[in-house]
Design a protein around this ligand. Structure first.
Ligand code: AMP
Length: 216
């Protein structure tokens, strides 16, 4: 199965994409994680991406498209995956269509996890991420708090708030999301692949709605 998850930052798409990929045995392909890794390792891609990421802006299409295309053209390319955070612009969607076609891979579905802006701002302020690069588990003090405040349940490392999760940055990221999302959603709706799922409720309830929508 090959899917794309689209949703505003903090909609829970990362959590749902991770759950679904674990349970269905798909690769969780998150461009945000790949880029954060590149920044942490100070690679040339990371150096080019860093100023955009810390400002809450989108990294230029060419950098992100190159990362995705290289992975899909590699010897051990993934064939079953969930794209989380890519494509984010119409230019990325067109590039992705082209590389999928080139590789003879078809998309099964594009899931849009829809959550309103005010809810997003509230949720992001409560988001905490595990500092351990091998873990990177995320928590939300409103909906999924860690058992011990400030500590990861899985590996006991400290939790931190990502720099791009502060309210002003979130509003800017939401603005960018809305500017770009309309075009992408329209693109996949015209391909007949778009499924819209409301992103409210607890994690398992949203998961069940996604699975139900995919089964239709
Ligand atoms: P995320 O973890 O998906 O919220 O991504 C974190 C940051 O990485 C975003 O705010 C962007 O700066 C950058 N990023 C991730 N994916 C993309 C993408 N597909 N296009 C452009 N920038 C991206």
């Amino acid at each position: 199965m090959r899917m794309i998850f689209i949703g505003p930052p903090g909609s829970g798409k990362g959590t749902q994409a991770q759950l679904l990929s674990q349970r269905l045995g798909l690769l969780h392909f998150a461009t945000g994680d790949i880029l954060r890794d590149a920044v942490a390792k100070d690679t040339p891609e990371g150096q080019r991406a860093k100023p955009f990421m810390t400002g809450g802006q989108l990294v230029p299409d060419i950098i992100v498209n190159d990362i995705v295309n290289a992975r899909l053209r590699s010897k051990n390319r993934p064939v079953k995956f969930i794209m989380d955070g890519y494509p984010r612009t119409l230019a990325q969607a067109n590039s992705f269509d082209a590389v999928l076609k080139e590789q003879g891979l078809d998309l099964d579905a594009v899931v849009f996890l829809n959550v309103g802006d005010e809810e997003i701002v509230r949720r992001n302020g409560a988001r905490w991420t595990c500092i351990n690069p091998e873990c990177k588990a995320t928590y939300n003090t409103l909906t999924r708090p860690p058992l011990t405040p400030g500590r990861c349940d899985l590996c006991q490392h400290l939790l931190y708030q990502r720099e791009d999760d502060d309210p002003a940055t979130i509003r800017r990221r939401l603005q960018y999301f809305h500017e770009q999302a309309a075009g992408i959603l329209d693109h996949y709706a015209r391909q007949g692949r778009l499924i819209e799922v409301p992103g409210r409720g607890d994690i398992e309830a949203i998961y069940a709605s996604i699975v139900k929508a995919l089964g239709k």
